[in-house]
Design a protein around this ligand. Structure first.
Ligand code: DAL
Ligand code: ZN
Length: 335
């Protein structure tokens, strides 16, 4: 007759140790074998890059990825980027002229109507700008203020959200340029600051958290008039995150290494609504300068370890260690 091994007998202990070894090794290896599957994190981009002048091709950068395409002082869409679905801003029934991507029109119309209904009507000062228009604008500023200062309030050609066909410098309907003074303190500017994101439009270049005018996060001065369309869903996420568009897109969607310019893997597909056809670029109003100042640099960690979330790596390593300890104990008991 055989007696079952008591859990605390030497043989029972050996069996338990063996089970710990096998289970620990299986779990540890299993955890390490599967890459992170969390939503919308980029694998290896790392901290938010400092504001430096570079010309790295942005990624994603195709016309369908409009909502997640980032341009900044480093990332460019290049000279040939001309959105295929530009339409007149007048299609949205808003004051002003120029062109914008068709995907923005419904929300632009809804926002313009809501602003007017609230007694603070808005108009368009400067919407889509071509690469060549931005050449003229930036060079004018650089000649006027010097290259370094111009950089702090004007995007180099290829680096402007206006070239995406998704940004508008708004004005007060019937008013003039929003650039002098602080448009953010006018009724229209205040209404936009409070409500634009609910219509999919987000302020691209806010003040710093402590009220400063130049931000080394956005790499630009505060621009209370400049809003970028992200679509309502992404705009709500960006607004809720408390991050700027630049931080949010670098953190979640940009798929290029900011130093090498090489594509980096991502675990997440980039969501984006579908656009529509109808080309027709064309020029528009050219705003005037805003004052100068300030440097660069910033940081914000992000990412995984070799494509695996850090807690998963630690869990896997811990389990393997546990298994090893169990193994050593088992060997000791055999002696
Ligand atoms: N003024 C903004 C930064 C632009 O030039 O796009
Ligand atoms: Zn602008």
């Amino acid at each position: 007759m055989t007696t079952p091994d008591h859990p605390f007998s030497p043989r029972g202990a050996r069996l338990r140790a063996r089970r710990v070894l096998v289970a620990g090794l299986a779990l540890g290896v299993g955890l390490l074998a599967f890459p992170a599957t969390g939503p919308s994190r980029v694998g290896a981009v790392g901290p938010l890059p400092a504001c430096r002048v570079a010309d790295i091709q942005t990624l994603p950068g195709d016309y369908d990825s409009w909502s997640t395409t980032l341009v900044d002082r480093i990332l460019t869409v290049g000279e040939d980027y001309v959105p295929p679905d530009l339409v007149s801003v007048r299609d949205a029934g808003i004051a002003g002229g120029g062109y914008i991507r068709e995907v923005t029109i419904d929300d632009l119309a809804a926002m313009a109507k809501a602003a007017a209904d609230a007694g603070s009507p808005i108009g368009v000062w400067s919407p889509y700008r071509s690469y060549q228009e931005q050449v003229t604008i930036f060079n004018n500023y650089a000649n006027f203020d010097g290259f370094d200062d111009a950089l702090t309030y004007s995007a180099r050609p290829g680096h402007s959200e206006h070239q995406l066909g998704l940004a508008i410098d708004f004005m007060t309907a019937g008013g003039g340029s929003p650039l002098p003074g602080d448009w953010g303190t006018t009724p229209a500017g205040k209404w936009m600051a409070a409500n634009a994101w609910t219509f999919g439009w987000v302020l691209s270049y806010p003040r710093t958290k402590d009220g400063g005018f130049y931000s080394d996060i956005t790499c630009f001065h505060y621009e209370p008039w400049h809003y970028r369309y992200l679509g309502r869903e992404l705009a709500a996420k960006v607004h809720g995150s408390g991050l700027t568009i630049r931080e949010y897109l670098w953190n979640n969607f940009t798929m290029v290494d900011p130093i090498t310019g090489q594509p980096v893997p991502t675990a997440t597909p980039t969501p984006s609504p579908s656009p529509t056809p109808t080309p027709t670029p064309s020029p528009t109003a050219t705003p005037m300068p805003t004052p100068s100042a300030a440097p660069s640099a910033s940081a914000q960690p992000v990412g995984t370890w070799l494509g695996v979330d850090p807690p998963v790596v630690l869990g896997g390593v811990g389990l393997i260690m546990l298994a090893s300890i169990g193994f050593v104990a088992w060997r000791g008991l055999r002696r």
